[in-house]
Design a protein around this ligand. Structure first.
Ligand code: ATP
Ligand code: MG
Length: 389
């Protein structure tokens, strides 16, 4: 009797010609997720299996697989050679301890003398004999004991399934450059795009020494937190102090944030193209703060020349975003007090509805903007973050 983890993926996105492309990407991502563990991974038809793992690793493997986008659910199954005694014994072992149950049988192996119904009835009877406190409910059971008799001479018996992350395999929808601050929103934004199959790279602007080194470490920690879902992340840490000082010196105080955002996306677009990214991603949410009104977003968008900007949180409430941050475990890092943007430069009354012409005119006051951008991009520190780095 061997333990096996059965993995299922959503079928919806697999229709049509792209099927093998999606399956290949998903298999690669699963293998990467399993790489720290000693186990065997295999694929047959519509199924993936993890076998030959040590029992101590089971929990960690399951936990890890629930973060692979594209997987829909998994079950821990018992694998037995197809013979009645083995099947019935495993069914009893997999039965719940309380409540109601039913037995589902799938029988691809037509050589057996009993049909599916007879096997289900016999398994049900044996379970009731072993656990008389249970009762059968065919229509709305608390638990299901599944018996899956395959053509290869093996039968898989399993109870509950564990929900996985769903979504699309990371890498199947292109690459995106995430503007990652230390706040609550942008990590959630990156996670949501990864769920749609986007491979995430990230850029963070830091204002050392006006902001602390811990502010940078916080962002590195956030990016690392995302890697079980997103895979390895290349993070550009861009020195932004000089640019902020220039903006502070030359532009109207109330346009500080507006111009800063425009320069940030210009640098991000440059790095995105270098990395082969097809979009920028931000954590903006409409109306959340002064820099996220429609006019502010328009003036930021205006500075991006070639790529679309995706804002997956645009219509989410802050409470929804925070709940999601808790679920993906970035909340506790984001709540650390280290500021990401230099507060000494922030005006008391930032313009809330900037006019586009004015935003452009303010940015135009920056002398040598092109060199400033080049310098910042060239001096970026590039970190390759993975689960084990
Ligand atoms: P967050 O919670 O993500 O920090 P926020 O609510 O604080 O967002 P803003 O400060 O207006 O909102 O930032 C809007 C978006 O701009 C962020 O979600 C992020 O994508 C990007 N951004 C802001 N500051 C930085 C930074 N220092 N480095 C990289 N991106 C940034
Ligand atoms: Mg922020």
């Amino acid at each position: 009797m061997d333990k096996v983890i059965l993995l299922r993926y959503g079928e919806l996105f697999l229709k049509g010609r792209n099927r093998s492309y999606f399956e290949g990407a998903l298999a690669r991502n699963i293998k990467a997720a399993l790489s720290p563990f000693d186990c065997k991974f295999s694929r047959t038809q519509n199924r993936y299996y993890v076998e030959e793992y040590s029992f101590e690793d089971e929990y960690a493997i399951v936990e890890r697989l629930t973060k692979v986008f594209g997987l829909h659910s998994l079950s821990i199954a018992v694998k037995v050679k197809t013979d009645y005694e083995g099947i019935f014994a495993a069914a009893v072992d997999s039965a719940p301890y309380t409540g109601t149950f039913r037995v589902n049988v799938k029988r691809a192996d037509k050589k057996l003398s009993m049909n599916s119904m007879q096997i289900a009835v016999e398994a049900g009877a044996r379970i009731l004999r072993a656990r008389p406190e249970l009762s059968v409910d065919l229509h709305d059971p608390d638990s299901v004991v599944n018996i899956d008799i395959r053509e290869n001479g093996f039968t898989y018996i399993f109870g509950e399934s564990v929900p996985c992350a769903g979504g699309m395999p990371v890498g199947t929808a292109g690459k995106g450059m995430l503007l990652l601050s230390g706040g609550f929103d942008s990590p959630v934004a990156g996670w949501r795009m990864a769920k749609r199959g986007v491979k995430v790279c990230a850029v963070h602007y830091h204002s050392y020494p006006h902001t602390s080194l811990q502010a940078k470490e916080k962002v590195v920690d956030l990016a690392k937190k995302l890697t079980p879902w997103c895979g390895d992340i290349t993070l550009y840490v861009v020195p932004f102090t000089h640019i902020q000082e220039e903006i502070h010196l030359r532009c109207k105080a109330e346009f500080m944030i507006t111009v800063m955002r425009r320069v940030m996306v210009r640098i991000a677009e440059r790095l995105a193209e270098k990395e082969g990214c097809g979009c920028l991603i931000t954590g903006e949410s409409l109306g959340q703060v002064a820099s996220q009104t429609m006019e502010s977003i328009t003036s930021t968008e205006d500075a991006v020349e070639r790529l679309p900007v995706f804002r997956p949180l645009i219509a989410m409430d802050k409470t929804e975003i925070l709940e999601q941050a808790e679920r993906i475990d970035t909340y506790d890092i984001s709540k650390q007090p280290f500021e990401d943007c230099c507060t000494v430069f922030l005006p008391r009354d930032p313009v809330i509805h900037p006019k586009l012409d004015e935003a452009r005119a303010e940015e135009a006051k920056l002398e040598g903007e092109e060199q400033l951008i080049e310098e910042a991009a060239a001096n970026a520190e590039i970190l390759h973050l993975g689960e084990r780095t």
